[in-house]
Design a protein around this ligand. Structure first.
Ligand code: A4P
Ligand code: MG
Length: 187
């Protein structure tokens, strides 16, 4: 039998091993999926601006951008078509913290909340963060509209087709059922 080397060799003069400083106080990076929509004030530019703003949120990285889609309004039809997209983030924020940043980004971009499903300069919905289902005042995860809205599912399928959304299913399967009515590829 040959001679086995020692399990670890410490080079002459190497510093004593010391405790690695893990950032134990910081939570793990987790993926987060955000749906973006706009139908006022140059919607394509507003969606691109939203991506830029997501890219500079604290404790968060913008990892994936979907294509942009031109979509017929859900809700009142006397409003312009929307541009919709989706962003894939990695974040160390909690779901609540991230949602608060999304809502303040909407405000910073000049969104003024009006009619339900009415026209909007920017809408940033937190679609899903893999982890627990959340049902709290002001925060529902997954976002309840995700499984039926093709303007959410098309962009989401660009960046996360195999993502499984609890209570709904895999994005690519949901997309099949939702169909392509009223949606066209923009860029
Ligand atoms: N809220 C709770 N959970 C969440 C979450 N996961 N993500 C609360 C985001 N917000 C969440 O949001 C109202 C409140 O929901 C927030 O204050 C937050 O605390 P909102 O976006 O202002 O809601 P809304 O517009 O008044 O009503 P709703 O039903 O949420 O509208 P949606 O679902 O945002 O839909 N047509 C096309 N083609 N494309 C669109 O993007 N969007 C809408 C709005 C209508 N029609 C559309 C589109
Ligand atoms: Mg919203």
């Amino acid at each position: 039998m040959g001679h086995l080397p020692p399990a670890a060799v410490v080079a002459d003069g190497a510093a004593e091993p010391r405790a690695v400083s893990h950032s134990d106080s910081h939570p793990l990076w987790r993926p987060a999926y955000v749906a973006i929509g706009s139908n006022l004030n140059h919607p394509r530019e507003r969606v691109l601006e939203a991506f830029d703003r997501l890219a500079v949120l604290p404790e968060t990285q913008l990892v994936l951008r979907s294509h942009l889609y031109h979509t017929r309004p859900m809700g009142p039809q006397d409003q312009p078509y929307y541009v919709n997209a989706a962003a894939g983030l990695l974040t160390r924020l909690s779901a609540r913290e991230l949602l608060d940043h999304l809502l303040s980004t909407e405000r910073a971009m000049g969104r003024d909340r009006q009619a339900r499903w009415g026209p909007r300069l920017i809408d940033l919905d937190l679609v899903w963060i893999p982890g627990p289902v959340i049902e709290e005042p002001g925060l529902t995860l997954p976002h309840p509209g995700v499984s039926t809205r093709n303007f959410v599912l098309y962009p989401l399928a660009d960046i996360a087709p195999t993502l499984a959304i609890p209570g709904h299913g895999a994005v690519a399967d949901l997309l099949q059922s939702a169909g392509d009515d009223g949606i066209s590829f923009l860029e």
